[in-house]
Design a protein around this ligand. Structure first.
Ligand code: AMP
Ligand code: MG
Length: 411
């Protein structure tokens, strides 16, 4: 059987793929309240100051700061209360020396005031007189016009992945629509004569298709749109036909299985017939997932994944998710949640190969432990039982029990 001769490291492989991904998804205008997980297609400027009026950040009294200088518990400043500023309304009070006005968190400040004394640092003497027991400096406990965001300032740069706080901030500025990159369309094709759809009864020799669904779910989680196709048998013509159509209509193509080098493995021949530059990498020094194909057709990523459901999942995670983010205009994908934990068993590897091992986390007292999940590495249940994956780096021949490992969590 032919071998995968020109195996490259995972890092080299990813770089080659990224260097060839020139395709970008067109931008579109969407409602800001529905833009979570989308990527800004240009810088966003503030059309307003935030706040638009000077506001108190505390419950207390709007003052002229110099009136409070020198006040202490034993020698308080006695100041004249001229009124209260209601929430959500402008104030017609004008503060002059020796006067204060009652304010609430978020109230507009009266004209003339330059600070707020917290209610905790005051005592009511009578309806008109307030004792202040601690001085404030000008600007204390207030927000000036534009303190949060100044009008015309860039609030979010281009290529920014929108999070909940961004959606809130934009809405707070009255930006109810914005320009974002479109969601990439990812076609997933599962191939193999042995596969049947999950809703069909099994017959001897057949297995139900797993990869179409796990990969579509990962695609959705990464903000892209999965387009699934019917299962394709081990037929060069059928697979080529399906792949040609897909690469025209989609932004990315993923073919599951048939990615190795046996006579039944047709994926590399099919990808070679799709266009230029074609296959960039065939074979990666990684376990699971050595027989992986990375290609680019007219700047769009095309990936041939090993059919083993665990390999397909791990390789999709490492190579396809960053590609999806790049297509979406986001060049630095968010880091996965990860934790450091103590590994509970020795794990062997081979120097020159990067290994990914599913682990289950548990705590013992204050200590976080990572139990490797043993069992046939091609069984989907090994990753179903796991909380995350740990990596044995390329240069290491293994990890000793008790070493600290970093587990990247499954979402
Ligand atoms: P291959 O990469 O074609 O050599 O397939 C490797 C293994 O993965 C074989 O045992 C296949 O039956 C299995 N396999 C391939 N595609 C799928 C799929 N879509 N769902 C579940 N198992 C698969
Ligand atoms: Mg196969």
């Amino acid at each position: 059987m032919p071998e995968l001769f020109t195996v490259v490291t995972p890092q080299e492989a990813l770089e080659k793929l990224k260097d060839n991904l020139t395709h970008r998804v067109a931008s579109e205008t969407v409602k800001t309240n529905l833009a979570i997980g989308r990527v800004t297609a240009g810088p966003i400027y503030s059309s307003d100051n935030l706040p638009t009026f000077p506001r108190s950040t505390m419950d207390g009294y709007a003052v002229i700061a110099s009136d409070t200088y020198g006040s202490t518990e034993s020698i308080p400043a006695y100041i004249n209360l001229i009124g209260e500023i209601p929430m959500g309304q402008p104030s017609d009070l004008i503060l002059t020396r020796g006067n204060i006005a009652k304010v609430h968190t978020g109230s507009m400040l009266p004209e003339g005031s330059d600070a707020v004394v917290m209610v905790e640092n005051t005592q009511i003497v009578d309806a008109q007189t307030i004792e202040i027991v601690r001085p404030v400096a000008p600007g204390e406990n207030i927000l000036q016009v534009g303190d949060d965001i100044a009008k015309g300032q860039i609030i979010l740069p281009e290529g920014h992945l929108l999070r909940a706080q961004d959606i809130g901030g934009l809405m707070g500025l009255g930006i109810t629509e914005l320009n974002v990159y479109g969601r990439p369309k990812v076609v997933i094709i599962s191939t193999g004569d042995e596969l049947i759809p999950p809703n069909k009864d099994l017959t001897p020799g057949k297995i139900r298709d797993i990869n179409t669904y796990s990969l579509a779910a990962l695609t959705l989680q990464s903000g892209a749109i999965p387009l699934t196709t019917p299962i394709i048998g081990d037929s060069f013509e059928e697979l080529l036909d399906a792949a040609r159509k897909s690469i025209l209509e989609a932004d990315m193509l993923v073919i599951s299985a048939g990615s190795s080098v046996s006579t039944r493995d047709l994926t590399s021949a099919v990808i070679s017939n799709l266009g230029d530059p074609g296959i960039l990498v065939h074979g990666i020094s990684i376990k699971p997932g050595k027989p992986t194909i990375l290609a680019s057709i007219e700047g769009k990523p095309v990936v041939g994944l090993p059919g083993n459901p665990v390999s397909a999942l791990v390789i999709f995670d490492i190579f396809c998710i960053p590609s999806i983010y790049m297509l979406s205009g986001c060049s630095t994908p968010p880091d996965k949640p990860n934790v450091d934990a103590r590994i509970t068993h020795n794990l062997a590897s081979i120097p020159g190969r990067e290994d990914y091992i599913p682990v289950k986390l548990r705590t013992e007292g204050e200590i976080l432990l990572a139990d490797p999940i043993f069992g046939e590495s091609n069984l989907i249940t090994t990753v179903m039982k796991a909380d995350g994956l740990i990596k044995i780096p390329l240069d290491k021949s293994g990890i000793y029990q008790g070493e600290i490992v970093n587990a990247k969590m499954f979402r």
